[in-house]
Ligand binder design. Structure first.
Ligand code: HEM
Length: 526
């Protein structure tokens, strides 16, 4: 021991080690000086001494799969408004309905812009497509044009198309399951085609005739790639600027996706233009509106392509995802299924299936759809907003440029609003007669149904059409079939695919026709 102590003393006091120490100490300090800004959280304080909201002490490079679980746990540790550093970018995460309303709705003029994400907003969308536009004139103009094709009157105009596509959807599932001895299907392709055909009608006044159409495959691939590359914190390149200057596979994927969107959707726009030039009666749709107003609105080619692309693929993946989550959930909830069938038999009977007009008379089916959206929102972090100005909330400072994330996972598991929140329980929505759009406007935010479509001035403009699509698909699926899981093929409700828009891991489900008249109804379709 003595010899150890004297060796240590000798080490410390030996003159030969002094230069080493003189070198090591400043080097360590310099390293710490340069590393701490990329490794440790930075505390920013406003002129009145208010700090940024609390949060983890270290910085992150990215958060990939299941990021919502990290947010859920941080919200429990740091509170309903916490902050997190991702490289050089500060994020503020909102996990409480009152704060969400206060920031995104009441102070919507401040919290409605978007961060210029390198991948999504600069490389892939080039600041366009509504979703990537900064809050301002261009965003207002594009959103106005887009919502002009989504007014209640315009949606009424699509009602026949939506009804028809829901019919094709059920029929294609029926035909597919008839090919399999077990009556088993993987619904992904069918729900994808249903949502895509609806969006193709609304965007281009067209549809695909066959499930094997290469356009379906291409459009679904582009949608998947888009969702994978544009998560709010999936790419390190978004938060470490030097990575943006060097060639990386992520950057190449982003550039390729940009080019693919222009070429695939550009070709479809040109085909609508050719039909219009030839004097054909092109149905009212987004692209017809865009082309008719291109000069007046001063829209360039990329504006047209990106608007049409994101409108279409944004509406496909999300709507199809919710239908897939519904079909994944229902087999493990036989009581809920039986209750839904009872309501359908009592209200609709078996000689016809539900239509858009039946919605208000089928409260339990409506409740199921709302509960699926709560349990399985496709975007757990919505699309992040960004602070356009400095703001202080409840003595917590949110500097201009902070990205504001709506933590839908925590909001949807708020025990005060949704008791036993991890249980699939449609009953919680019985007595809620409002549409999602109406619910989002409620003064009492604790009565709002869910946050699946975002909040404030950027709330999803496609909400009314998505609701209509979900209603027709899910009410008819329930009316037509009995759902069962296959033995030895468990369906995972925890795992999922996609870094932004989530869809279930591929699964198969057994469908058995529940109603004798189904075949006759399906055959009535031309
Ligand atoms: C179930 C289906 C859908 C879900 C869950 C969904 C969800 C969302 C969410 C969470 C946002 C971000 C809102 C925010 O920033 O606060 C959004 C924005 C958007 N959605 Fe949807 N959406 C769906 C369907 C659609 C459809 C069918 C369309 C087109 C008809 C569409 C077009 C858009 C556009 C253009 C934006 C950008 C809005 C903006 O930045 O101002 N979505 N959507």
């Amino acid at each position: 021991m003595d010899s150890l102590a004297s060796a240590a003393m000798a080490y410390l006091y030996l003159p030969v080690n002094y230069p080493t120490l003189v070198f090591l100490l400043p080097t360590t300090l310099i390293l710490l000086y340069f590393l701490s800004p990329i490794a440790l959280r930075r505390i920013i304080v406003d002129a009145h001494g208010n700090c940024v909201p609390p949060g983890p002490g270290t910085r992150y490079a990215f958060l990939r799969k299941y990021a919502e679980l990290a947010l859920y746990s941080w919200a429990k540790t740091y509170g309903p408004l916490f902050s997190i550093w991702m490289g050089s970018q500060l994020f503020v995460v909102v996990s409480d309905p009152h704060i969400a309303r206060e920031l995104l709705v009441t102070n919507g003029a401040i919290f409605s812009t978007r961060k210029k994400y390198f991948m999504k907003n600069q490389t892939i969308l080039n600041g366009r497509a509504i979703t990537a536009s900064e809050y301002g004139e261009k965003w207002r103009q594009h959103r106005r044009i887009a919502t002009s094709v989504l007014t209640p009157k315009a949606i009424q105009g699509y009602s026949e198309v939506l009804d028809y596509e829901a019919h094709v959807f059920i029929r294609s599932l029926y035909e597919e399951m008839s090919k399999d001895k077990q009556f088993a299907v993987n619904p992904a392709h069918f729900s994808g085609r249903y949502a895509l055909n609806n969006m193709l009608s609304i965007s281009f006044g067209t549809r695909t005739d066959s499930t094997s159409d290469p356009l379906i495959k291409k459009a679904l691939e582009l949608a998947m790639d888009f969702m994978d590359l544009t998560g709010p914190w999936s790419n390190m390149v978004d938060f470490f600027e030097p990575l943006q200057w060097i060639p990386t596979t992520t950057r190449s994927r982003g550039r390729k996706l940009h080019d693919d969107l222009i070429s695939v959707y550009g070709a479809m726009i040109n085909s609508v233009r050719a039909r219009m030039d030839a004097g054909e009666d092109v149905p009212d749709c987004l692209v017809k509106t865009l082309l008719s107003n291109q000069d007046k609105e001063k829209l360039d080619w990329e504006d047209l392509c990106m608007l049409a692309a994101v409108f279409t693929l944004g509406g496909v993946h999300s709507t199809s995802g919710i239908i897939q989550w519904f079909m994944a959930l229902i087999p493990s909830n036989p009581d809920i299924q039986a209750k839904a069938h009872k309501e359908l038999d009592q209200v609709i009977g078996r000689d016809r299936w539900p239509t858009a007009e039946d919605e208000s008379n089928l409260p339990y089916i409506r409740a199921i759809i709302k509960e699926v959206q709560r349990m399985h929102a496709p975007f757990w972090m919505a699309t992040p907003h960004c602070a356009g100005e400095n703001f202080t909330y409840n003595r917590m400072y949110i500097p201009k440029g902070t990205v504001v994330v709506l933590n839908c996972y925590s909001l949807h598991h708020n025990e005060e609003r949704y008791p036993d929140s991890f249980a699939f329980n449609p009953d919680r929505y019985l007595g809620d007669y409002l549409s999602c759009a109406e619910s989002a406007k409620l003064a009492n935010v604790m009565e709002r149904d869910h946050w699946t479509f975002g909040a404030g001035r950027r709330i999803c403009p496609g909400l009314p059409i998505a609701e209509q699509e979900l209603w027709l698909a899910i009410s008819r699926l329930l009316w037509a079939f009995q759902f069962e899981a296959l033995p030895y093929e468990p369906i995972s409700l925890e795992e999922y695919e996609g870094l932004s828009g989530r869809t279930p891991i591929p699964y198969r489900v057994r469908l058995t026709p529940r109603v004798e008249q189904l075949r006759d109804i399906l055959e009535r379709l031309k």
